[in-house]
Design a binder for this molecule. Structure first.
Ligand code: NAP
Length: 243
């Protein structure tokens, strides 16, 4: 049975990706989250209501020990299943102008997005290499390409993810594994719910924030067979705000 592991799938973009991959590719979904079990169960219910299957696998992507032991235990308990798709989606923001960015806020943001990507990818890549197939999709950000003031930590984390995506894609392409990044602009989710959409949308040529489902369709395409020759790419999804 083919599976997709999506980090931070309890809410927002991760939840939408989980539902879309279940619908489009009939994959068994492994829903990762850090603390919000109620939301993760809701994602599972939404997948099951659509006729799909899903299970919960909580761990903190920052914690290498937790990630490796949880995923290793999952492999031991599921010898008949393969993780075909990994979506490194878990991420946080701790915005501030640089002089006020504490070391903790710097570390937490980098450790969630960038170290989290390392931890989760490390835990699945050997099996993908042995299976000679896999899809890794990293949810980066416009901030990682353009750099956004007030987000030096987040821009560094997402920029690092983009560079690692390009490097890793070249290492594993021969084994039929693609590694791509998606760089969303403003997307409606809990992460952006305190932003003033009516004001900020004026910066966006499409004159609106994006929807999580729109990001999920892009991720689903990159995860599909059809995208087999696309690797090392960063795909913008931002309503035209940056290209
Ligand atoms: P969100 O609604 O705040 O959801 C964040 C998700 O990440 C939740 O499922 C949360 O789990 C999980 N998470 C956070 N820290 C974690 C950790 N240490 N370990 C495991 N899971 C963790 O965020 P979102 O807007 O969907 O963002 C998803 C991704 O897209 C992030 O990487 C973000 O940087 C990126 N992105 C978002 C936007 C945007 O405008 N929304 C734009 C560009 C990029 P719990 O529910 O357990 O807390």
């Amino acid at each position: 049975m083919k599976c997709a592991l999506i980090t931070g799938a309890s809410r927002g973009i991760g939840r939408a990706v989980a539902i879309q991959l279940s619908n489009d590719m009939n994959l068994h979904i492994i829903i990762n989250y850090s603390s919000n079990e109620t939301a993760a169960l809701e994602t599972q219910k939404m997948i099951q209501e659509n006729g799909g299957t899903a299970e919960l696998l909580p761990f903190d992507v920052k914690n290498s020990e937790q990630v490796s032991s949880s995923i290793a235990e999952w492999f031991t308990n599921n010898p008949d299943k393969k993780i075909e798709v990994l979506v490194n989606n878990a991420g946080i923001t701790r915005d501030n102008l640089f002089p006020w960015v504490t070391e903790k806020d710097w570390d937490d943001v980098l450790n969630t997005s960038l170290k989290g990507m390392y931890n989760c990818t490390q835990a699945v890549i050997q099996k993908m290499l042995r299976n000679r197939s896999g899809r890794i999709i990293n949810i980066a950000s416009l901030s990682g390409l353009k750099g956004v003031p007030g987000q030096t930590n987040y821009s560094a984390a997402k920029g690092g993810m983009i560079a690692a995506t390009k490097a890793l894609s070249q290492e594993v392409a021969k084994r039929n594994i693609t590694v791509n990044a998606v760089a969303p602009g403003f997307i409606i989710s809990d992460m952006t719910n305190e932003l003033d959409e009516s004001e900020l949308k004026k910066m966006v040529p499409a004159n609106r924030f994006g929807k999580v489902e729109e990001v999920a369709h892009l991720v689903s395409f990159l995860a599909s067979e059809k995208a087999g020759y696309i690797t090392g790419e960063v795909v913008n999804i931002n309503g035209g705000i940056y290209s």
